[in-house]
Write a protein that binds this ligand. Structure first.
Ligand code: FEO
Length: 172
């Protein structure tokens, strides 16, 4: 089956975006680990793993079409973090960037009448709704619970609970 060059380029760009997301979350996890946020550590390492599974889905999709996926160069992630709240806000922004990229690919697939890629992307459209909601809910907790040490400790415990909800899914 053929997909357009434009679609191939966008799918390969998405591999890089997911790889960078995985690296960014790993840097956040590492910062949490050094700072002593145990929940944040588990949560962001799991989030990093999840982004890698997203990257693999795009790699498998292209390869299964007989188009060699391009392994991405990754940018060095920022490690200059200030607080758990600021990390979660950065994470939400990252997810919003990914959502925009997914929606652009959906538009390309519609324009191309590329029904296969359109169907493949549907999972990511739904995933991004969940991802954005997750980070919005976590950020909201700072308004609800507060920003003192006890409140932040409670939010870190919430992150530990969230960390247990990740499931490995590497299916294409
Ligand atoms: Fe792969 Fe969290 O977007």
């Amino acid at each position: 089956m053929k997909i357009s060059n434009n679609m191939q380029k966008a799918l390969n760009n998405q591999i890089a975006l997911e790889a960078n997301a995985s690296n960014n979350y790993m840097a956040m996890a590492s910062w949490c680990e050094v700072t002593g946020y145990e929940g944040g550590t588990s949560f962001f390492y799991a989030q990093s793993d999840e982004e890698r599974t997203h990257m693999l889905k795009f790699i498998h999709y292209l390869n299964n079409l007989g188009i060699s996926a391009v392994m991405p160069a990754t940018k060095s992630p920022s490690s200059n973090f200030k607080s758990l709240e600021s990390i979660l806000k950065t994470a939400l922004k990252n997810e919003q960037t990914v959502t925009t990229a997914i929606h652009k690919m959906v538009e390309i697939s519609q324009k191309d009448k590329d029904h296969s890629t359109y169907a493949f992307l549907e999972w990511f459209v739904n995933e991004q709704v969940q991802e954005e909601t997750k980070f919005e809910t976590l950020i909201q907790k700072f308004e609800l619970i507060g920003r003192d040490k006890i409140a932040i400790n409670e939010i870190d415990k919430t992150l530990a609970v969230y960390a247990t909800t990740f499931t490995a899914d590497t299916t294409a």
